[in-house]
Ligand binder design. Structure first.
Ligand code: NAD
Ligand code: GLY
Length: 374
């Protein structure tokens, strides 16, 4: 895949998502959050609403508010409870409550300040409040900077299935301030690396090799390594989303590892394993499935497993049922947006930097689950 390089200079990079009238920029650099110039191209309005959570608010909400003060006369903040288990209708409603209590109008700009949970919910609120208001992503986790803030997928979970309710709705801008990653817990950094690693096997073998060489630098948060990882991940995602915004085909490759991963998240209960941990382990399972389908050799499976382990991520799956573990995985995987007529469709690797959608016989999937769960 030939995802083009984007513009960079000594102060950072800008990656553009090219979607005609819905095009926007991803700014990637340090020291963006506090700088009013970061937000200068955004439309003016009498009000803005910062949506964040109880962990991120004390770290960054005041700083964002100060940076926005000259542009928006009335800045409100809503602080959501923190956690994947709160990515629900009830929490979403807190955003609508704040919008209505503060008489926010159609021009109010929402700012999603936090990780993917805050970003997905804020985007969904923006898509539906008064049938659509503008919003900006200010992602503060590695996972959100390399994946969830980009591309316009928004939504919430249902107890029966992950991200089952939502909308495609693009932000006006994505602001990736790399300095915010300094306060991220190590476990969350690893979770973000899962989505970085994902881009290698599906799209860019040079990038996969670069991640392998630089995994220690990434784990140590060396600024140049993180800057490159965020930039290249966003370039690849921009390239995919620019061709298939609403996932009618190509975009599904971004779900490599996610079918198994979503089953782990829903099966254990949201918040037990981090999303990135479930995706990391899910990629190992999807690699084994690709091998059993005769699409890749076992060297590839070992290579990917080693990298995922070196990123501090689990490579063996959890038991979701004592009675019939593989059966429970299969049951959960049938509730997946890629499933068609009850048939599970997996993203598999079927060549160098090449992914495809395939179904597989239940018996084969059972073998993979039995092999990968301990
Ligand atoms: P998260 O939003 O739960 O954030 C992880 C944790 O880090 C939280 O406790 C959060 O409060 C904390 N945190 C955030 N920024 C911090 C900082 N700078 N310093 C200290 N702590 C910080 O999880 P996530 O991994 O960012 O996102 C996962 C979510 O993203 C899942 O719900 C997943 O489904 C979704 N997702 C969406 C897309 C998409 O395309 N929309 C893509 C991938 C994942
Ligand atoms: N994270 C998958 C997608 O954005 O399509």
């Amino acid at each position: 895949m030939n995802a083009p390089d984007s513009q960079s200079n000594s102060t950072g990079s800008t990656v553009t998502i090219d979607l005609q009238s819905r095009s926007y920029n991803i700014a990637i650099a340090g020291a963006l959050l506090d700088n009013p110039l970061t937000y200068s191209e955004l439309p003016g309005s009498s009000s803005a609403l910062i949506v964040t959570n109880a962990t991120v608010a004390p770290l960054y909400a005041k700083r964002l508010q100060t940076a926005l003060q000259g542009k928006y006369p009335n800045i409100h903040t809503v602080i959501l409870p923190d956690g994947e288990e709160f990515k629900t209708w009830q929490t979403l409603n807190l955003i609508f409550d704040a919008l209505l209590e503060n008489a926010c109008d159609r021009k109010t700009v929402l700012f999603a300040l936090g990780g993917g949970v805050v970003g997905d919910m804020t985007g969904f609120a923006a898509a539906s409040y008064m049938r659509g208001v503008p919003f900006v992503q200010v992602p503060t986790t590695l996972l959100a900077q390399v994946d969830s803030s980009v591309g316009g997928k928004t939504g919430i979970n249902h107890p029966a299935g992950k991200n089952m309710i939502g909308a495609f709705y693009q932000p006006l801008k994505v602001v990736c301030d790399l300095d915010t990653l300094k306060t991220l817990p190590q476990r969350e950094l690893s979770a973000g690396l899962a989505e970085v690693i994902k881009y290698g096997p599906i799209a860019d073998l040079d990038f996969l090799a670069w991640i392998e060489t630089n995994i220690d630098a990434l784990m140590a948060r060396e600024p140049a390594a993180l800057a490159h990882a965020v930039k290249r991940s966003c370039e690849i995602k921009a390239w995919v989303v620019g061709q298939d915004e609403r996932e009618s085909g190509l975009r599904a490759i971004l779900n490599f590892g996610h079918t198994f991963g979503h089953a782990i998240e829903a099966g254990l209960g949201y918040g037990q394993w981090l999303h990135g941990e479930a995706v990391g382990c899910g990629m190992v399972m999807a690699a084994h499935l690709s091998h059993r389908l005769g699409l890749v050799d076992d060297v590839f499976v070992r290579r990917l497993t080693t990298l995922i382990r070196n990123a501090g991520l689990p490579v063996t799956g959890p038991y979701l049922s004592k009675a019939d573990n593989a059966g429970r995985y299969l049951e959960l995987m049938r509730v997946d947006k890629k499933a068609e007529g009850g048939e599970i469709r997996f993203v598999v690797i079927d060549g160098p930097a090449k992914a495809a959608m395939r179904s597989a016989p239940d018996a084969l999937v059972r073998e993979v689950i039995d092999l990968c769960c301990t």
